[in-house]
Design a protein around this ligand. Structure first.
Ligand code: G
Ligand code: G
Ligand code: MN
Ligand code: NA
Length: 253
């Protein structure tokens, strides 16, 4: 309850920020995008998302927070474009409750207009379970967002229970392979088999595929062999605060 109270004031007190984790294309290793990751700095320390996101979901505060994230991400995307990073796509995590708000697509459209950001410059990350728990509405909202022109990615792919038969009904552009499959991939033949099949399936369904949580060169080499389109992880960069991300991107160009 105390946490909920503090969280309620986090936005006004300016305690939230978005870090950006670079995403690179394979095999060129060029910077193509960044995932916006929320950070809450409170009383001199960072509070982990694992701790406060569930509270935010339960109390409904996630709607205000999600809206702040969406606006901040659009603002930052506009700023990157001003700095010449016009091909960069900023990926934004969308919570289940946020995704199911009846005016969600309208809100996204309004913010894109307000900040003069083309829809193709942002990507919305939605988990499998968000869609599958609300199948009818989910597919409807995905289609609305698709018509708007934003890119759509399924986050944590492989951890949910969506059957492959459903996947073809989702108008999505990208699968993000969950990092639990990558963590031990150098040593684990099962993980290799799973990730290889996910990459091949994505290719056959004409979806782009990104692997998360790449921490080592051997992991990167395996994903390159599998023809994975893009990677994200500590090997390339940790999530960076705005200024550091800008510096990072300048170094990459
Ligand atoms: O960056 P980190 O490891 O702390 O993220 C932990 C989890 O929190 C991840 O599953 C990520 O998807 C989620 N997350 C990060 N940023 C946001 C955000 O802005 N909104 C929502 N809803 N979830 C986020
Ligand atoms: O669930 P989602 O994919 O949105 O979560 C992304 C989370 O993964 C963030 O919390 C981010 O900080 C974390 N992350 C990103 N790259 C790596 C990595 O290489 N290793 C580990 N352990 N975590 C990572
Ligand atoms: Mn994500
Ligand atoms: Na993930």
């Amino acid at each position: 309850a105390e946490l909920a109270l503090k969280l309620e004031q986090a936005i006004e007190k300016n305690q939230l920020s978005l870090y950006m984790q670079p995403q690179m294309a394979m095999p060129s290793r060029t910077l193509i995008g960044a995932e916006a990751l929320l950070r809450w700095h409170c009383d001199g320390e960072f509070i982990s998302l694992a701790e406060f996101i569930p509270v935010a979901e339960q109390t409904g505060l996630i709607l205000a927070i999600g809206d702040w994230v969406l606006e901040q991400a659009c603002l930052m995307t506009a700023e990157y474009r001003r700095l010449g990073l016009v091909d960069l796509v900023v990926a934004i995590n969308i919570s289940p409750r946020q995704f199911l708000q009846s005016d969600f697509t309208a809100r996204v459209e309004q913010l894109l207009n307000q900040y003069q950001v083309p829809p193709s410059a942002i990507e919305l990350e939605i988990t499998e379970s968000t869609i599958m728990d609300n199948e009818q509405t989910g597919i409807l909202v995905l289609n609305q967002l698709k018509s708007l022109g934003v890119s759509l990615a399924i986050d944590d792919f492989g951890t949910g229970y969506s059957s492959l038969a459903y996947l073809k009904q989702f108008p999505v552009d990208k699968l993000k392979i969950d990092r639990s499959f990558v963590r031990n991939i150098e040593h684990n033949l099962d993980d290799q088999a799973i990730v290889l099949s996910l990459c091949q399936m994505a290719k056959n369904l004409k979806l782009s595929v990104l692997a998360e949580g790449i921490e080592t060169e051997p992991q990167l080499d395996i994903l390159a062999q599998y023809d994975c389109d893009a990677i994200q992880g500590y090997w390339f960069s940790r999530p960076l605060k705005h200024e550091d991300f800008v510096r990072f991107s300048e170094k990459m160009c």
